[in-house]
Design a protein around this ligand. Structure first.
Ligand code: ADP
Length: 146
């Protein structure tokens, strides 16, 4: 049913996304689908933050995050399952929506903490922004693994 599955991963909390990756593998296997794993490095593209780092430092950070994402995927995705990876910069929910449109995703799978509406308003939940704005189906798994 789902052919292009997007799994956004916060590399600050890689284990938290484990169940999303497992679910994505199951869905992809059902219909010869493919998985795209993405991560967003926040901050660097804002002029205020960028002013503190030279281009070299930003490039090094980007390379380090790419390596982390590769290792995340290599440890969790079977080699025979078609998959791709990408590293983005900016606001996570914005980048997730953009990537979903770019790749024509038909499903986004996220893991999210349960928060009250008030907490969401105060904390600004990426998960709820994605649900609100995505054109495709979104599956939110509660909590991390288990
Ligand atoms: P919380 O569950 O703490 O409210 P979020 O609303 O940010 O947090 O939802 C968590 C999910 O959002 C993560 O599991 C991940 O799928 C996605 N996400 C959050 N930050 C990032 C990031 N920097 N890069 C990619 N995905 C992210």
């Amino acid at each position: 049913m789902f052919k292009r599955i997007l799994v956004p991963v916060d590399l600050n909390e890689p284990d938290f996304s484990e169940s999303a990756v497992e679910m994505a593998i199951r869905e992809a296997r059902l219909d010869q689908g493919e998985i795209h794993v993405m991560t967003v490095m926040p901050g660097f593209n804002s002029p205020l933050v960028a002013g503190y780092f030279d281009a070299d430092a930003v490039e090094k950070a980007r390379e380090a995050v790419k390596i982390q994402l590769k290792s995340f995927a290599a440890n969790r995705l079977p080699a025979d399952l078609p998959h791709s990876l990408s590293v983005h910069e900016g606001q996570p929910a914005d980048r997730i929506i953009h990537q979903a449109e770019h790749m024509g995703a038909d499903l986004i799978i996220l893991t999210a903490h349960h928060r009250s509406h008030l907490q969401e308003v105060l904390l600004g939940s990426n998960a709820s922004r994605v649900v609100e704005r995505a054109a495709c189906s979104v599956l939110i798994l509660r909590g991390g693994k288990g």
